[in-house]
Design a protein around this ligand. Structure first.
Ligand code: NDP
Length: 503
């Protein structure tokens, strides 16, 4: 009878006699403490929710594979990229960023695009977004920035003043703001958007030659976006539309795919390049470093259980493999800490044992033991210290990355490379966008910024004006602002502009 999977039991396997009626003292009397089954059922239910991710809380995921389509051994010794035709199992999670777990998929927001490659050298995570840049470039600003995208501490409402106050005082955000308020800020589904590493990473080959790289996963479904009006309707009528779309596409065998294109820069060229490759508010223009197609990502299997495989999925840019190393991008450096830290808080210190997070193609050997929810045999009686002379696992010096040359004095120093916050936002507005894109950008911004205080509107319009005078002028016109005042604010330094528009 013990093997009978149909028999209902308590958490500890005791057969349950009745799952509809609580145990009471007499027919109409109070419930008895000795109804252990009821207590077990309620106590577990009370603990069903785990902490929500502070960002990227709402998401959808799927399994699939990555296949190498070009020889990149000249650039990296990563084993999963070592031969054309080689396939690696992956798990991918898409998400919105600012909303809670129940928020709408159609919100204007960057989308997370996180890929876990189960490689023979351990799990490699590429934790990107659907935008190639970010709002800020120093991690000290990250908690403040996220606070402004979430709820006002007094009203518990989203707050256009907080949102635009921070952005207008942080002009390096204007490139990302311009992408976010184009229709790419509301992708039609998770299948119809690109994924970017946004950060620069370091690749190195067998000989130790180093290259800076940027990842671009380009959708084979084609870019498709929602207009602001379409997104507004979907938020009310179908808040899970992108989650459903991904699941249903895979269920009907219409497997979404992305081409992986890489921008690759020889190590030495970064020192003299016209943009700072560590500044995440910048892209590398394609004309400078044309993207090279190196592989294909395909999603062909839905999760069987959302909580087990998607909610508990834990990615980190710190999960790297030999052949791939971090760059000193300050935002990336902080993420190397913060992602693992979040998962330890959210899932516990042994979150790497949860099947979706556990290495599949590599064997894990180390001297870590114990901790909450260590659910396997805890490595039995094998040695738990190093060095030992009992045959425990040994380090492999060949797994070291080649390192970076560093100079300078410690200090709190802003990025100082030719550091124009406005040039790439201006190029996007003028040279890449069509008239249709620009019309939608202006009206999307006017619709949102219009709810902020007038002094903040003026300050933000000055930032747009600095990216491109036509851009700032059109937003200001849409808001009914004095264009001369916007021009005056745009001509000031950031500090003077902040003082002139202080509350
Ligand atoms: P290119 O003309 O070579 O490339 C322009 C890129 O912009 C294309 O990748 C295109 O993506 C993308 N794009 C088109 N419309 C939008 C939009 N509304 N929001 C965001 N991206 C969009 O130009 P450059 O490489 O010289 O870059 C010019 C500007 O293009 C940059 O300042 C940046 O704003 C933007 N851009 C550049 C990227 C890069 O890595 N160089 C990546 C993405 C954007 P797609 O091919 O998918 O249509």
């Amino acid at each position: 009878m013990a093997e009978d999977k149909k028999r209902l039991t308590t958490s500890f396997g005791k057969p349950v006699d009745d799952d509809l009626n609580s145990l009471t003292a007499g027919e109409r009397g109070p419930v008895l403490m000795q109804d252990i089954h009821l207590l077990d059922k309620l106590a577990h239910f009370d603990r069903e929710r785990i902490p929500e991710r502070v960002v990227h809380a709402k998401g959808a995921g799927a399994h699939g594979y990555f296949e190498v389509t070009a020889d990149v051994t000249e650039y990296t010794k990563a084993k999963f990229l070592s031969a054309v035709g080689r396939r690696t199992e992956v798990f991918v999670r898409f998400s919105t960023v600012g909303g809670e777990r129940g928020s709408a998929d159609a919100e204007r927001d960057p989308r997370g695009f996180a890929v876990k490659f189960y490689t023979e050298d351990g799990n490699y995570d590429m934790t990107g977004n659907n935008t190639p840049v970010f709002f800020i470039r120093d991690p000290l600003k990250f908690p403040d920035f996220i606070h402004t995208q979430k709820r006002n501490p007094a009203t518990n409402l989203k707050d256009p003043d907080m949102f635009w106050d921070f952005l207008s005082l942080t002009p390096e955000s204007v490139h990302q703001v311009t992408i976010l308020f184009s229709d790419r800020g509301t992708p039609k589904t998770y299948r119809h958007m690109n994924g970017y590493s946004s950060h620069t990473f370091l690749w190195y080959n067998e000989a130790g030659d180093r290259y800076w790289v940027q990842y671009h996963f380009k959708t084979e479904q084609g870019i498709q976006n929602l207009t602001a009006q379409e997104a507004e309707v979907l938020k009310g009528t179908d808040p899970d539309h992108a989650t459903r779309d991904l699941y249903q596409a895979i269920a009907r065998g219409d497997y979404p795919a992305w081409r992986l294109e890489m921008q690759i820069m020889p190590y030495e060229e970064a020192a003299t390049y016209r943009f700072d490759i560590l500044d995440i508010t910048k892209v590398w223009p394609h004309a400078d470093y044309p993207p090279i197609t190196i592989g294909r990502l395909v999603l062909d299997r839905n999760p069987e259980n959302y909580f087990a495989e998607v909610e508990q999925a834990a990615f980190s840019p710190g999960n790297l493999v030999p052949g791939i190393a971090p760059s000193p991008d300050k935002m990336l450096q902080a993420r190397l800490f913060s992602y693992h830290d979040t998962h330890r808080h959210r899932l516990g210190p042994n979150y790497h044992l949860i099947p979706v997070n556990a290495a599949k193609a590599a064997t894990v050997n180390n001297y870590q033991r114990d901790g909450a929810m260590r659910t396997d045999d805890n490595l039995g009686g094998t040695p738990n210290y190093w060095p030992n002379s009992f045959g425990g696992p040994v380090p492999d010096p060949g797994a070291a990355d080649p390192g970076l040359e560093l100079t300078g004095v410690t200090g709190r120093t802003a990025y100082s490379h030719p550091n124009d916050d406005f040039v790439q936002a201006g190029a996007l507005y003028r040279d890449v966008m069509t008239d249709y894109d620009r019309d939608h950008l202006i009206s999307n911004i006017v619709g949102h910024l219009g709810a902020a205080q007038k002094r903040i509107q003026l300050r933000q319009c000055a930032v747009f004006y600095k990216a491109d005078p036509d851009y700032g002028t059109r937003v200001a016109q849409g808001l009914g602002l004095d264009i001369a005042e916007v021009e005056r604010l745009a001509s000031m330094s950031g500090e003077d502009r902040a003082a002139a528009t202080a509350g």
